[in-house]
Ligand binder design. Structure first.
Ligand code: ZN
Length: 245
């Protein structure tokens, strides 16, 4: 089987790419420059990891999207990256509208053009809180849409193997496989080191701790994640006439 994988150079997609190289005969890794503030760190990590795994790697340049998709702290330098728990309401600031759909749509086109059978995305359960286009319902719907968008001969199948896994479970999996997680980059700030405070850094720190695996990452603030707690889920459904407070 052959597969195109959407590969950011982050922790989850590094484990997924490692696993794909073991399962598939032919793997093509595709990364995206969408003008994200951490692109230099993230894309360099992606390049190094792909090289280490011996995988062909392409960067799709959508850098012009940054100015067309303002309002996210990832693409708009005027909006600070929020610190705290990755499930917190404040993490809405990191949403880039329809980002996953945009990337998967392009990856599916590449797969179809090259006669490759699968499109892999490493979305996981921790992404569900904030990013609608990382949820299982979206994945199921996109798979149906792809079924309609291609001729039968070209149609790639969408595979989201980690969609129900926590990041800690992905770390355990990566550790068992010997995935080069030490080379991966998560931090949205894109500084010299991982900041340790942004949502994705907090999730990364917690995942290694929960998995009981040594975290090889250098953080500016390695203990911050212990100070943040998961927010209480909202108990008042919106739109039911409840009194606003
Ligand atoms: Zn960070």
């Amino acid at each position: 089987v052959s597969a195109v994988i959407v590969f950011s150079g982050g922790l989850d997609s590094t484990v997924a790419l490692t696993e794909a190289t073991k399962l598939h005969d032919r793997v093509l890794a595709v990364s995206f420059n969408y003008g994200q503030r951490h692109r230099h760190r993230e894309l360099a990590a992606a390049r190094d990891i792909a090289r280490q795994l011996g995988v062909t790697h392409h960067v799709v340049d959508l850098g012009c999207l940054a100015e067309l998709l303002p309002g996210s702290s990832l693409t708009d330098l005027g909006i600070p990256v929020p610190h705290g728990h990755y499930a917190a309401e404040s993490m809405q600031a990191t949403v880039v509208p329809n980002r996953n759909m945009i990337m998967l749509s392009i990856a599916a086109g590449i797969a179809g053009a090259h006669g490759m059978e699968q499109v892999i995305t490493a979305v996981h359960a921790g992404d569900h809180y904030v990013y609608p286009d990382c949820r299982p319902e979206f994945m199921a719907s996109l798979d149906i849409a792809l079924n309609l968008a291609f001729t039968t001969a070209q149609r790639p199948v969408l595979d989201a193997p980690y969609v129900q896994l926590t990041k800690a479970e992905i770390v355990s999996r990566g550790y068992a496989m010997g995935a080069p997680m030490d080379l991966s980059w998560s931090c949205y700030e894109g500084g010299a080191r991982h900041c340790g405070r942004c949502g994705t850094c907090v999730e990364r720190c917690s995942a290694f701790e929960d998995a009981g695996v040594h975290d090889p990452t250098l953080y500016e603030d390695p203990h911050y994640f212990r100070t943040v707690t998961e927010p209480e889920p909202s108990t008042t459904p919106s739109g039911t006439g409840g009194v606003a407070t």
